[in-house]
Design a protein around this ligand. Structure first.
Ligand code: TRP
Length: 493
């Protein structure tokens, strides 16, 4: 009996109703268009090999989502998780691209059910036949799958959001210094792409910046328009994106106070990012209350305009989780769906390392390469970068993995042949740090070139004009939400 017959037999034996939907297309995008369904109604079965074939897991995820590798590795409990190749699939009795959730159990494949699948109702998934998709109700599919744990292993796929769904993107930065390469990879790059498809709000978080700089207001003030300019230089288009300053929207402060009751004291103290920051900044017992509470204020940043897609660096995951919690609690307590449940969109699964090899490029750690750095500074920073600490002479074999210089080459050097050549020679001990760094300087310089050119188009006066127009627009949205909030909280007099 072939796979397709087995699928039909399994379903018939369990007396489950299902439909076989004829399809011609092969890809998800083709099938979704052909059947006239939504991406969020499609379910894909993705098979992964763990520890090079030691075992296999199947991820069931909605088609409007992408796997987040870091989350998947955590769920699986191994760092070695790769897509199953043709040979693996053959072993498991599947043809490439033609798996089905119906046969996983009998093939002994562990299932990772992504949380978003629980929100599905009618599901269209694989039948193992190239000519049919399988239509089945979520509850029925769960019966076949049996007991499985549920994990969060995905993030929204920006190219597959159903257009009947309202998507508003909000993201922001603290204006405490010029933006750097880590910001670029972690969030700016994403937002520049997203603005073409969605309404985008960009917040300059001056109030949040003051939570740990209240004695140094000049530092924040002097960076507000700088940060706006950095974004414009990277391609943020003021015609598409609304740029505004947090402190100019008093409704955000109001909402923060109202949200404070929905979060417990211990929940705030548990926030892993805040904990790390408190340690990094060496606050000890003197940590300001406002600083500990900033995740609540960040939830207000996100929810005041009902945004639901939040491109951020991975370190911001706990903030988005809390925002989601607050939105959900608010809607439930006050009995109305006022807020959407926001979701994070991570730029990269890891923060970019600093020039000192520290875990994160961060202005407070002084290990950044800034987007505004001129050649001379850029060169100096690169020539002083950490490399392989065990390598003393240019003819010692060196380590490429985890080496910050090569991490940057991978991220910014578009000449892949050059990068591979340098890596090979580095591992053999036939290239010195200086050459590797000089080539990195050239690569980053050419990466920065168009950013520098675009910056010229946005002198600070022009930036200010753009930001004030953005503030005006944002306030209208904020007022509307606060009216709804006051109404259900019965403080609308
Ligand atoms: N906490 C973010 C950072 O430190 C900045 C930020 C403030 C933000 N409010 C936000 C990011 C709202 C996304 C959404 O980088």
């Amino acid at each position: 009996m072939n796979n397709f017959e087995k699928v039909k037999q399994n379903l018939e034996e369990s007396k489950i109703s299902f439909q076989l939907l004829p399809v011609k297309g092969k890809s998800v995008d083709e099938t979704v268009a052909e059947l006239g369904i939504k991406f969020r109604e499609g379910l894909s079965t993705l098979i992964f090999s763990v520890n090079s074939g030691e075992r296999y897991v199947a991820v069931l995820r909605r088609d409007d989502k992408n796997i987040n590798n870091k989350m998947l590795k955590q769920a699986v409990g191994s760092d070695n998780v790769t897509f199953a190749n043709e040979e693996d699939l053959k072993k498991l009795g599947f043809e490439p691209g033609l798996a089905s959730p119906i046969l996983l159990k009998e093939r002994g494949i562990d299932i990772i059910l992504d949380r978003a699948v629980l929100e599905m109702n009618k599901i269209v998934c694989g039948s193992t036949s190239p000519n049919f998709a399988l239509g089945i109700n979520q509850a029925d599919l769960m019966k076949i799958i049996g007991e499985t744990r549920v994990y969060s292993v995905t993030e929204p796929n920006p190219t597959r959001q159903d257009n009947d769904k309202f998507v508003r993107v909000l993201t922001g930065d603290r204006p405490t210094g010029p933006l750097h390469l880590g910001h670029y990879l972690g969030s700016i790059k994403n937002r520049v792409e997203l603005q073409n498809n969605y309404e985008l709000f960009y917040l300059i978080a001056d109030i949040q910046a003051l939570t740990d700089n209240h004695k140094n207001p000049e530092k924040v003030a002097s960076n507000v328009f700088q940060v706006a300019q950095d974004n414009l230089a990277c391609g943020i288009d003021p015609e598409k994106t609304t740029i505004f300053i947090q402190s100019m929207i008093p409704e955000i402060a109001e909402l923060t106070v109202l949200f404070m009751n929905l979060v417990s004291h211990s929940e705030v103290l548990r926030n892993p990012t805040v904990k790390t920051e408190i340690a990094d900044k060496k606050f000890g017992e003197t940590v300001p209350f406002g600083f500990v509470a900033y995740p609540v204020s960040q939830a207000a940043d996100i929810l005041f305009c009902k945004s639901n897609l939040i491109p951020v660096g991975i370190d911001q995951a706990p903030m988005i989780e809390l925002s989601k919690e607050i939105a959900d609690r608010f809607n439930k307590i006050y009995g109305k769906e006022i807020f959407p449940l926001p979701e994070a969109l991570f730029g990269v699964s890891k923060n970019l390392v600093g020039t000192d090899g520290g875990s994160k490029m961060s202005k407070s750690l002084g290990n950044t390469i800034n987007l505004i750095d001129e050649d001379e500074i850029l060169k100096k920073k690169i020539m002083n970068m950490y490399t392989d600490p065990n390598r003393i002479h240019a003819n010692d074999p060196g380590k490429v993995e985890g080496n910050p210089v090569f991490i940057y080459h991978d991220a910014f050097n578009i000449n892949l042949d050059e990068v591979n050549n340098l890596k090979q020679r580095y591992e053999k001990g036939t290239v010195g740090d200086v050459e590797v760094k000089e080539k990195l300087f050239i690569a980053i310089k050419s990466f920065l070139e168009p950013i520098r050119a675009r910056r010229e188009l946005f002198p600070i006066d022009k930036v200010k004009e753009i930001v004030f127009a953005g503030i005006e627009k944002t306030r209208k949205v904020a007022k509307q939400t606060l009216e709804e909030v006051r109404e259900v909280m019965k403080i609308s007099y």
